[in-house]
Design a protein around this ligand. Structure first.
Ligand code: XBP
Ligand code: MG
Length: 261
């Protein structure tokens, strides 16, 4: 069976949301609640290694005993406010999809491929992002959206990808994941998925061992992407279904698992 299912990460992959949307929403929530700290771009980048907003805040407080230590209930309350503020930012259309994402989604849909989302972020955030970038029917592009606390362990654990594969009734061998980060890549690989990475400013330089390709983005016909790791390194490409199919076949041949017909 040929490749017929794509599973997308959200933050960093569909859109570059972290620095100017999630980080800003966290800082606004901290200020509203009179908390005596804020996350600059560099600090937030370091704490992105902890996936999940509540978990990220918890780790930051663990590392900074000089700030008031908050209960899980307080963290959850701050995080709910952060989510509302993030949704406001996204609804103001401050966040765009990354180059090539809308083109690839439309091509996959037109070809009858199945589309899924496997993300660590909160479901409200995904809904708002898809509506503001793809229109009110944005969510309908996807056959299943797996997000946030629906699984016990966030990325790099494979839980969210396994959950989405299960919900789609899909075999990992027939799917390809698109990710932007080492944590996301580890999660997808552990679920058995061939994975393409489109790195961001925050994830550049992370360890992407195991990805079938690492690119700077998906590219557009008039502004192609660059392959950074993997075969054809340093070449330009506008990533479409044909490229994904070829890379997926290459990965399966490498594993000796490509099935014919
Ligand atoms: C994204 C995350 C999320 C977002 C914030 O990781 O780790 O925590 O940063 O969203 P990935 P929440 O792209 O690998 O899914 O605050 O809603 O958790
Ligand atoms: Mg990501």
């Amino acid at each position: 069976m040929p490749l017929n299912t794509l599973i997308f990460d959200v933050d960093g992959t569909l859109a570059d949301t972290e620095r100017d949307a999630h980080r800003v929403a966290f800082n606004r929530a901290f200020a509203e609640m009179s908390l005596d700290f804020a996350w600059d771009v560099e600090t937030y980048g370091r704490y992105l290694k902890v996936t999940g907003g509540k978990e990220r805040l918890g780790r930051f407080l663990d590392d900074h005993p000089q700030y008031p230590q908050l209960s899980d209930a307080d963290i959850a309350r701050i995080h709910r406010r952060k989510t509302a503020l993030y949704v406001e930012i996204v609804q103001s259309r401050a966040v765009a999809l990354r180059p090539g994402v809308a083109r690839l989604l439309r091509a996959a849909r037109a070809a009858g491929w199945r589309l899924g989302i496997a993300t660590t972020t909160t479901p409200d955030n995904v809904q708002a992002l898809l509506a503001s970038t793809l229109g009110e029917m944005g969510e309908s592009f996807f056959h299943y959206i797996g997000a946030g606390d629906i699984v016990p362990q966030k990325k790099p654990a494979p839980d969210i990808y396994e959950h989405v594969l299960d919900a789609l009734g899909a075999n990992p061998e027939d799917c390809l994941a698109l990710e932007d980060s080492e944590n996301g890549l580890r999660s997808a690989l552990a679920a058995g998925l061939t994975t393409v990475v489109t790195q961001t400013d925050y994830t550049r330089g992370q360890d992407f061992t195991g990805a079938v390709r690492v690119l700077d983005c998906l590219g557009e016909p008039d502004a192609p992407a660059r392959i950074i790791e993997g075969m054809q390194r340093d070449t330009s490409v506008c990533v479409g279904l044909q490229e994904l199919q070829a890379w997926w076949e290459e990965a399966h041949k490498g594993k000796g698992t490509l099935r014919n017909g």
